[in-house]
Structure formats: C-alpha cells, structure tokens
Design a protein around this ligand. Sequence first.
Ligand code: PMP
Length: 402
Amino acid sequence: MSEFVPASRVSRIKSSPSVAAAARVRELKAEGRSILDLTVGEPDFDTPEHIKAAAVEAITAGETKYTSVTGTPALQKAILQTLELNTGLHYSANEITIGGGAKQVIFTAFMASLDDGDEVIIPAPYWVSYPDMVLANDGRPMIVPCGEDSGFKLTPDALRTAITDRTKWLILNTPSNPTGAVYSRAELRALADVLAGFPHVFVLTDEIYDQIYFGAGKLTGLVEAAPELKDRVLVVNGVSKAYAMTGWRLGYGAGPAGLIGAMNKLQSQISSCPSSVSQAAAAAALSGDQSFIRTSGEVYRSRRDAAVAGLNAISGLSCSTPEGAFYAYVNCGGVLGKTTPDGSVIRDDQDFVLYLLDLASVAAIPGSAYGLGPYFRISYATSLAVIEEAVAAIDKAVQALS
Ligand code: PMP
C-alpha cells in the first residue's frame, strides 16, 4: 500500500487549537461529563429570523446557482453601503471581495500576496490562525509580543522595530481575539504615522468583531483613523460574529483593486463563489434591521461584567476589562508554581487549563495557543448561569492549590 506524504506546507502548520479544544469538549460531553464550556468562539444566539427568512426566500426563488466570483449584486451593494457607514470612505465594486468566512478571505489574501520568505508582522497575543495561514502560504510570521502593560496592543516603537525590507503585511485585529482589546483612534493614528515611513508595508485589519464593542458610539477602524492608508489596507469583516451567522460562512474584504483582483482570480479557481443562499442571508443581515446588534451587545456586556468581576475576585488571577468581542484574557501568573491536590506542579498556563478541566470541569484555552503566556482565554458567548458557575468552580479549584 502506498503511504500518503502530505505537501510540506501541511507539515509546516498545525490544526487550529481552538477547533481542537471545541472538539475535546464535545468528546467529554459525549462521555457523559458535564463541562462548563468557555472555549466557544461563536455567538450562542440563533441567527435572527429575518435573516433566515431571506435565505428561505432565496431558495424558493431558485437562487441556488453559482453567482459571480464577486458576489450577487444585492450582497455587493449591502457590503459597499456597510463599508461606507463603518469607514466613512467610498469603496467601489472592484475594491471588495467575498469568501467563505473572513477566515477564507484572510487566507486568500496571503495566497495572493506572499512569496517565499515574505514577512508578516503579527502582534501577540494573536488569533490562532494568523501564523499558520502565513506559513501555509510560504510567508514568515514575525511575532511581536504585546504585553498587558500596553493593553495587549502594538506600540509605534515595537512596530518600527519589527519592520524590515521583507515586511509585506502588518496584521491588526480590533477588537481582538483573544484579549478583547480595542485600538483607539489615537493609537491607530500613531501606528499610521510609523507606516507613513514604510510604503512597502500593507496592513490587514481584521475587524470581524467591530459590532461587538462596549465603548461609546461606534468602533473606529484603521482606514477611518488613517484614510491616507486606504490603498494599502485590506479591511476584513463578515457576518459571523455580528449576526450570529458563523455556520453560514460569509465574509468579505475591502482593499486596493490590484490586491482584490488577485484574490478574486484565486477564488475563481478555489471555490468560484461562496454559497448563493448565504449571500442572500448576508445581504439581508447587512442591509436589514440592525437591532440584534444592540440587543445582543447588551447581553454580552452584562456577561463580560460578571466574568471580569468574578475572575478578578479570585486570588492569583487577574483580568483587564475587554472593550469588545466576547473574550477575556486572564492572567494566571499568580498560580504558577503551586501544587494541585494530586501533587503535580502547575508550571505554565497549559498545566493550569488542564487542571481546570480535570478538577473544575471548566474548559478554557491556554495563552500559549495565542502566543503570549501565562494567560488563558475564556469566551463569554455563553449563558450568565454557565459563567457564574464556571467562575465559582475556578475559584474553588484555585483555592485547592497549595
Ligand atoms: N478573525 C478572527 C479574529 C476570528 O476570531 C475569527 C473567528 N474565530 C475569524 C476571523 C473568522 O471568522 P469567519 O467565521 O468569518 O471565518
């Protein structure tokens, strides 16, 4: 029998740790264990009814065929209007692309732009997929640690130091997965001022959580703060998080026509287009009633407040207040070196997360997955009851350490 040998790009990457964590929780649940699951990276709400109705209508009307690579006219219009509203800038149809989720848009952007050894600056903690997507496309992830002292955000000095002649992209993610950190307009401006000196650097700004924002007014994105960068910024967004539509797989990107054209050319050979039915649903989401964003946002906010207050009350743990998304990044430096009731020492965040799963039946994701320890990520896209129960169980588990 012949043995299959995968391409080298496959051995360069790992499977997504958050997908793996979710799979582990499903396994434990299937074994009958009751798990307080704080790993979930998706809204726990159902997709709003008017969006589902638009999809049903599309199916009934026979919108079940390939669409153009660049999407249906209705979706294009909805995306262009949304961009104008969110960025204050005008985008044309040849400056947007759609894909099977923001994830695919990001992957295609790297595939369209990276040559062997091109560097991508990734501030850590980062969304788990960025480094592997870069590696899969022959690039070099250049990780820049961004500690809690800078709010887990990239500073202008750190950016300046990280840029080389080979830098192709800087990735920004605001609000951030895993920290919930949000760049202010002034912070974005300061980064843009550094970028002014390096015109060869493009910026991928992942704003998939921009509608889950707890500050006053709306979130400021990169091109809104620095419109002069528009011709070298790819704004990535989608409907997954804002409208509880993770399973519909629809995301979009907006950027310079040359990059977008290259991405669309690839897409024409990869998938032709995302699902026509999901496109109809996404068009309804973006152009229809937006009240879900406000009502779900209020729920997320109360869960955030409960989670942050509860975790900060536990001795040995601390957590700054996330300004967006539905995650908190909890510092567990205070429990390292302690001993569990069965005599093993907690050496790092991975040990602590395993301990929590064993003793407290709480599932979280270790900071090592996001490139910055000793932390763990919790998601509060789950009920207040689960959050409160999990915080109490974590407290008890920490108290059992000696
Ligand atoms: N970017 C970030 C930061 C994310 O957390 C996620 C989802 N986990 C994505 C992109 C991908 O979203 P989508 O469902 O649109 O592919």
